[in-house]
Structure formats: structure tokens, C-alpha cells
Design a protein around this ligand. Structure first.
Ligand code: ADP
Length: 188
């Protein structure tokens, strides 16, 4: 199905897992800025070299790097029919850039999904995940950065008709089912 979905939520909320599932069942690309940046870092591309210090410290990579990356990714042929954005936007400025870009491309998101999970659960999940940027200090910093820079995005989107908050503190299959229901009832 041709769907355009924006996924929001704190680190550890399960965005990646859920976005991957949904993308597979809807047969649309899963666009994860975290995955793209980690791959750029491993391959030591110019983007990766610029991004590494921020990712390792749990800080956000500067908006202009993300904006170029997304502009390029969303203009690829496979992204013309639909996509799931996971990890972008992460600041109000990125959100407003995305609105402009989509308008230029004559596209509108069908659903804006926010996964909600309590902090204690997030920390437990992130510590259990053991990714290279999942040390105790970076996890603490990523949650702070989320509160300071990403949470304001919720106010930016909250009043839109297509915004839905979903409980992410349930077994993954239940979360998937709840998300599927919302996406299927959305326009597009
Ligand atoms: P998590 O699942 O823990 O939220 P991600 O895989 O989405 O982590 O992102 C990992 C790191 O990549 C972030 O901590 C940040 O440094 C960088 N990053 C990803 N997306 C963005 C973005 N939209 N803006 C700035 N930095 C980003």
C-alpha cells in the first residue's frame, strides 16, 4: 500500500523494530537515519566522518547534514510511492524542512505515529541492546537530547489530524497490531 509514515518516539521506544515490520508488510522503504549514519560511519564516507563524533557522544548530528541526506533519499525512485521515516525529523527545524520538502514534492504524510514508553523501560531496553553508542553515559545524554530537542516536535505535530500516540510499553506484536490498525484506517 502506498503510505507515507513518520515515526516519532524516544530512543529505545522500538521505532526501528516496528518501522521495519510495517515497511515489510506495506512493501515500502524503511528509511532510518540512524542506520544510514551508522553505515556511513562504517564505510568512512565524508558524511560518516563528519557524523561520527556526534553519534558516539549521543548528540544530534547537525541539521544541515541530515537535511541533505533526506533530500537525496526521498528523491530516489523507490521512495516515490511511500516510505516510513524512522529517526527523522528529530528537531522542529528538521520537521519544518520536511514539511517544505514534501510540499515541493506534492506529498503529504498519511500517518504521524508517536511511540510512548516510560523512561525506566527505555533505559533498561537501551542497556540491553548493547549497540556501540549504547553506553550508560551516551544513553543518559540521548534521553536528555530527546527531551530538549525532539520532544518539542510533538507539539509541532500534535494538533494534526493524522497524529497518533501509541503505547509502546506492550509486547512488540501487540504494538505492531495497534500500529497496523491506525495505518490501515488512514487516508492514502
Ligand atoms: P535510537 O534508536 O537510539 O534513537 P538512532 O539509530 O535513531 O537511535 O540514531 C542514532 C544516532 O544517530 C543519534 O543518537 C544521533 O546522533 C544520530 N541521528 C539519527 N537521526 C538523526 C537526526 N534526524 N538528526 C540528528 N542526528 C540524528
Amino acid at each position: 500500500m502506498d503510505k507515507k509514515i513518520i515515526f516519532l518516539g524516544p530512543p529505545g521506544a522500538g521505532k526501528g523494530t516496528q518501522a521495519k515490520q510495517l515497511a515489510e508488510s506495506l512493501e515500502i522503504p524503511h528509511i532510518s537515519t540512524g542506520d544510514m549514519l551508522r553505515s556511513a560511519i562504517t564505510q568512512k564516507t565524508p558524511l560518516g566522518q563528519k557524523a561520527q563524533q556526534y553519534v558516539d557522544a549521543g548528540e544530534l548530528v547537525p541539521d544541515e547534514l541530515l537535511v541533505d541526506l533526506m533530500q537525496e533519499r526521498l528523491s530516489q525512485p523507490d521512495a516515490q510511492k511511500g516510505w516510513i521515516l524512522d529517526g527523522f525529523p528529530r528537531t522542529v527545524q528538521q520537521g519544518s524542512f520536511l514539511d517544505d520538502l514534501l510540499q515541493e514534492m506534492n506529498q503529504t504524510p498519511d500517518s504521524i505515529l508517536n511511540l510512548e514508553v516510560p523512561d525506566e523501560e527505555l533505559i533498561e531496553r537501551l542497556l540491553g541492546r548493547g549497540r556501540k553508542d549504547d553506553t550508560q553515559d551516551t544513553i543518559r545524554r540521548r534521553l536528555e537530547v530527546y527531551r530538549e530537542q525532539t520532544q518539542p516536535l510533538l507539539d509541532y505535530y500534535r494538533d494534526r489530524e493524522r497524529f497518533h500516540s501509541v503505547n509502546g510499553d506492550l509486547p512488540p506484536e501487540e504494538v505492531t497490531q495497534n500500529l497496523q490498525k491506525i495505518v490501515q484506517s488512514s487516508a492514502g
